[in-house]
Design a protein. Sequence first.
Lengths: 303, 345
Amino acid sequence: MATKIRVKPKRGIRGILETGIWGTLLLCSLVSIFTLAMVFLYLVGNALPFFGRLDLWSFLSGTSWNPFGDPASYGVLPLLVGTILVSLVAAVIAIPIGLGCTIYLSEIADPKVKRIFKPAIEILAGIPSVVYGLFAALVLSDWLRSITHSSSRLNALNGAIILAVMMVPILVSIAEEAMNSVPRSIKEASMALGANRWETIRRTTLPAALPGIVAAIVLSMGRAIGETMAVIMATGNATQLTFDILSSVRTMTAALAIDVPEAVSGSVQYQALFAVGLLLFILTFGINLIADYLMTRFKEAYK
Amino acid sequence: MDKKTMYIAVGIIAIIVIAAVGATLVLNNNGSINPEKNAKIVLLKKTSSSPTFSPMDKAAVYNGSYPLSRYLYLYTDGIPNSTSSVYKWLNYVLNTSTGQMQVQDAGFYPLQTVDLSAMRAQLTMGNTNSLTGSFKEGGSTTMAELTNLWAAGFKNATGITVTVSLGGSGTGIANFINHAIDVAQSSRVMSAQERTNAAAAGINVTEWKVAVDGIAILVFKDNPVNVLTLPQLEGIFNGTYTNWNQVGGNDQSISLFGRDSASGTYASFKDLVLVKKENYASSMLQFNSNALIVPEVENNAGGVGYVGIGYAKEATGTAAQTLLTSFVAMATPLQELDFVMGNGP
């Protein structure tokens, strides 16, 4: 860890300026923390009254989501299963492809090839998600239908594939940085002991880069769970509880985007939607915590 | 990274995108690029012994013989006086040579003379709402094409800009109650709860009928089912029937395509068809506009969906016909939406 350079502040104008700049930078970090705290407090503040009207267990285990129905039902289970189904399948598709791409780019590719592929992948990351959603709704769904002959053209698999396409660029960028930062001496030592290139990658470089790779996976899963526009257009938004990837599902993000414009401020539906938002927040937060823990554990083992 | 490799990277991506689009055009014979119409309208009858009616039959829609007839509405805060721009807007809309002509262009049916006179009479009683200049309107996606036609014509005639936003009737009404927009367009009536909320927000809700719509039921072109009774339709959309062979069709599972809960069409269809006050089947795919339902039905052999008449005409390529049936002598006013099933024309 680099030691911080401490310099005694100078007197006079330069000293005041320096302290002033430190103060402004401190203000910037305070603003970000403050914003995060406000969002969390606002979420909790508006979601808690909902749990006064309906208990937590029926909310989490209810199998019907129909806040504007007659009678209304507020079971978040179909939405939760929808989110997890779509994100998990997307991860299953994206992680092998992303890792394969990373290993190829950082270890095997010719520098000239790398100079073309890397910008291409970064351009993929910059495409707006609504364009991906359009592609999934109009083109990908037809391709999938001709292969799977499912009864529903817009389904969870359609959403999962387009999410995987969106996850890969993030995964590759971060994982590739992690793999590049593995010290050359480790790789050279491995080869000196007789391992060929694949064995070196598999047994030395990958384990050494594992903290960064885990971070990459988690960040891309965070994007997948939080993605709204593409899944709204790709999955069909049926509120059914199902584990069948070839049927239509609704994710939590899609439910928020669909129902929030119609909710009247302060009504029970408004509070229910905040409860769903809080659940989403906790889910993403939990994943980040797990990633953090894994990263520190592996860091200790390999450094 | 020098310019040359960046151009090569962009070039490779462009080639991949063009190849993908080209492959789609070649392989995708049933896509939306195909001008062939793959959906058809189902005729409806109230019970198995009633006569069947089509939403294309203007007279049947006007007198209520076609079961899924409804009005399209605008909601304002009070009745505007003659200096306000909202008055001029309503004057334009409720005029047979301007607004009501454009209703036909959008594929809906203009108001009957009785209703039009009633609305114009209401317009003369204006005493509030001194809004001048441009204003905002929003809500129903069913009425989207119609209000855009009106706004363009209105701008040409008076120079006043009307900004139309969408989001569904429910969203429009919620925005109207929150004072975010000045006029709400809706394909359903405001509920009692919404009127209470509006009164609490200090709004004097005034309802204007502006056009007549028939909700059309679309199915895949090759589906042998051409006629459905209302109870069958209810059973299909509440999940009781899951296969077309239960209503006289082939062995094909039913795929439901509908609107989401912010939509007025969702609500009016529910009131007219799901009369036992049950909810839609949870397997129904929900879309935020009429236009998205049509390609789904066209691409799914077991598909069934509900859309406003304007979208159905476009989807099936049929023009409006004015079939004379023995029940039509003179136009009788359209009944209010609390249809009791089984009441004949």
